[in-house]
Write a protein that binds this ligand. Sequence first.
Ligand code: AHG
Ligand code: MN
Ligand code: MN
Ligand code: MN
Length: 339
Amino acid sequence: MLPVNKKVLTLDEFTLQQLRHIPNATGELSGLLRNIGLAAKRVNVEVNKAGLVDILGDAGSVNVQGEDVKKLDIYANDQFTGVLQHGTSCAGIASEELDDFVSFDDAENKNSKYVCLFDPLDGSGNIDVNISIGTIFGVYRRVSPQGSKAVKEDFLQAGTQQVAAGYVVYGSSTMLVYATRRGVNGFTLDQGIGEFTLSHPNIQCPDFGNIYSVNHGNFFQYDQGVKEYITACQKKNKTNGGPYTQRYIGSMVADVHRNLLKGGIFMYPGTTDKPKGKLRLLYECNPFAFILAVAGGRATNGKERILDIKPTELHQRTPMFIGSKGMMDELDTYLTPGN
Ligand code: AHG
Ligand code: MN
Ligand code: MN
Ligand code: MN
């Protein structure tokens, strides 16, 4: 039971309060974030009953990246696309599940300043076994003129151009976390009233933690520097900031969410089989790189900031190292030649 005088702020009220002080604010970004909250609530309902209805398992098709598509991937993709299309705050979308970007035709959409890129369901291999999954999104101001249809260049912007980014974790609680340059804030879904309410104001990523998250099964496929860093993590003891704990759920959203709150480092390095790793720059890496940067952490591909990479393809992949600033600095000493 909440104390009666506790200040309760819903996602919508918080966003309006935050954004209305910005000069020339039109309310469009608040509208877009509200729409994302709505789509997240719809997906949450389906995720919660995934064990009950015939929505489990492969949808029987393969997405543009050669992966089996689960039914909930498609459902989530349709919800996020539909809600943004029927709102007035988004000129177009690109999604992990769609071959190409979609520019919306309605005059109100064409007048919008923003485009949204998302991974509608992240960690979808975990659905069948009741483990946390998520949604990831990034919002950009379009480079094409308002009033026209969104074009490919609107979607191929460096991550540093994001105006907002966030994620939803469908976990033991469902949370929506989003960042603007003003800060990172987390909202927990109150299932009773169907509202995301502010539960984690002004999230800061601790400079150090003791968690490292990586797929150890790929160890012998990683570069020498990555192997050496992972080995150093395992050797940590009381005298040098350890011991470290290894945690890897296999849902990036859940892994990075935990490390953001507790301090830690998450890695999906390139492998000999897949030199660019697995994660998608536009739908997964850029939003988290933006969130962590605002929260005081950082993200690299091992050579440069994720946020500085100029994308050339919608579905391009990149190695990714992301987490607490102090831990990332230590990682650099293993990855940077000459150090
Ligand atoms: P998606 O379900 O959107 O395709 O992404 C899954 C990703 C990510 O969430 C996770 O960190 C990673 O795949 C796990 O991959 P491995 O099983 O290769 O470690
Ligand atoms: Mn996928
Ligand atoms: Mn994903
Ligand atoms: Mn996905």
